[in-house]
Write a protein that binds this ligand. Structure first.
Ligand code: ACM
Ligand code: ZN
Length: 500
């Protein structure tokens, strides 16, 4: 029996722009596709060109479905709606008219802290496609290991893709020891060029762009371990072994980064290349002969200007290759070209500042979009990070904040950092159903969002994900606190568990 809720609120995530119900359910004997025909062109004439690209109309009758769209991508989005309805049990008659709110609808997965492999990534691409998301951002390197094979510098993976310590914290407790692939005690792995090309192709067939991130100049202990020439140098010639940051004074650093980026751009056709830029400590730069020389040459008075130097030089290199950079919001602090897209992670202020300065913005504030944070009570959940980012709380996130230019809001993204997430199963547990909320925030008009209805749809879709063998959080066990949507902060200085 089809429920009244379903008839009035078609069971789709993300919720479509409009659904006009008609009597009955459809047995889908026939699907006809009408591409780029006049009635639909007229229906989408007012939309932005990138919205028109993905727009579709589904006319669902008892025995047949008509798909209208301008492009194959629009047809694909329509087919994903049908696939979701079929998986949920019934396809109600009516007309769905739909197009995205935001252009970048992303998920970042950290492959450095825990390496999860190609099958896992393809499975998450399937989920993204089903949720009408279109970006998989891969964090491919960090201090805990470099995960992409490089011909220019094979030492990067040979020396840092395997470590002693199954989890990030075991590795940290064991004093950051790397090992080699042939060590039976070693944990880790890396992606070959062929595997990544396969992923890019797999994702492109599903209208998902894979954006690679090569982190710099901070979060780069492993690069210095593999290739000590990129480390800062003391006046007596010794290197700053174990440093967190690359040396922006040395030309070797740029030679390495540019060689790697060329390889990366060859694998990933994405118009955007993420270059990190977050949390550089800049500690070794004031003691380094090469950094000091660079400062003198450039007339700098503060070491942090070296971060701006590195980011601008790499941005120009990437732009000369016909791509644009994305960087974490720190890149705003030391000067960056207008074309750079800024990804706001330290709350929303980076996004607001970036928009005020004319940059396009991707919003992924840690407060709402970090899915490595707790999704329920500390005592009930596997160890996680930070505050409570419950399903309801993350659903409530509105990426366009006061004063922000809506035309510069490129999109919204969830980030999954994996210091505490050692396995693919755990990663999925943290993503679903919260990624359903992100998908709806990214696609559905803000005015059409409403939590109660979403929760019902999410509960139904969660069963579909379970049938597809995703390991999900159990919504039926959600605590009252998580259900309330409150985000608890401990009072100043007092670590209070979120478990009353
Ligand atoms: C970040 O979470 N450090 C971007
Ligand atoms: Zn230096």
């Amino acid at each position: 029996m089809i429920s009244l809720f379903l008839i009035l609120n078609i069971l789709l995530i993300p919720k479509p722009v409009s659904f006009t119900p008609a009597d009955g359910v459809c047995s889908i004997e026939k699907v006809v596709v009408r591409k780029d025909r006049r009635p639909f062109r007229k229906a989408v004439a007012e939309l932005e060109p990138w919205q028109r690209q993905e727009a579709y109309r589904l006319t669902i009758q008892r025995d047949r479905v008509k798909i209208e769209a301008l492009t194959e991508e629009g047809v694909f989005r329509a087919r994903k709606s049908l696939e979701q309805m079929l998986a949920l049990g019934e396809v109600p008659c009516g007309i769905v008219f739909d197009y995205p709110r935001l252009r970048h609808r992303g998920l970042m997965i950290d492959e450095s802290r825990s390496f999860k492999g190609l099958a896992f990534l393809k499975k998450q691409v399937d989920a993204l496609a089903l949720l009408k998301m279109n970006v998989l951002h891969l964090h491919l390197d960090d201090s805990a290991g470099w995960r992409i094979e490089s011909e220019a510098c094979p030492e990067l993976t040979a020396k840092t893709a395997w470590r002693i310590g199954r989890t990030y914290h075991e590795w940290e407790a064991g004093k950051y020891r790397f090992t080699t692939e042939d060590d039976p005690e070693g944990y880790g792995g890396c992606y070959s060029r062929e595997e990544l090309k396969e992923l890019v192709e797999y994702a492109a067939e599903r209208y998902v762009t894979v954006i690679p991130e090569i982190e710099m100049p901070g979060h780069s202990m492993e690069v210095g371990y593999a290739c000590p020439e990129v480390l800062c140098q003391l006046p007596d010639g010794r290197r700053h072994t174990g440093a967190w940051d690359l040396c922006p004074g040395s030309e070797t650093t740029f030679e390495l980064l540019e060689a790697v980026l060329e390889e990366v751009m060859d694998i990933f056709p994405s118009p955007f290349i993420h270059i990190g830029g977050d949390e550089a400590t800049m500690k070794t730069w004031s003691q380094c002969v090469n950094c000091q020389r660079r400062m003198e040459e450039e007339g700098y008075t503060e070491v942090k200007q070296l971060q701006g130097y590195l980011i601008r030089r790499i941005a120009a290199f990437v732009q000369n290759h016909g791509r644009r950079i994305i960087g974490w919001d720190e890149i705003l602090e030391t000067g960056v070209p207008k074309e750079a897209v800024v990804q706001s992670w330290r709350g929303i202020s980076g996004g607001q500042k970036a928009s005020a300065e004319g940059h396009e913005v991707i919003m992924s504030p840690n407060t709402h979009c970090y899915y490595n944070y707790y999704q329920d009570l500390i005592r009930k959940e596997p160890k996680a990070v930070g505050e409570l980012v419950s399903l309801r709380f993350t659903y409530g996130y509105e990426p366009l904040s006061e004063g922000m230019d809506p035309t510069l809001l490129r999109g919204v993204q969830a980030n999954l950092w994996t210091e505490l997430i050692a396995t693919p199963e755990h990663a999925e547990y943290m993503l679903y159903p919260r990624l359903f909320a992100l998908a709806e925030t990214a696609w559905t008009p803000a005015s059409a969002k409403e939590y109660k209805g979403f929760r019902k749809r999410a509960r139904a879709l969660l069963d579909v994900f379970r049938n597809l063998e995703y390991n999900t959080f159990d919504m039926d066990t959600e605590s009252d606190l998580a259900r309330s949507g409150l985000q608890r902060f401990p009072p100043e200085g007092v670590p209070i568990p979120i478990d009353d």
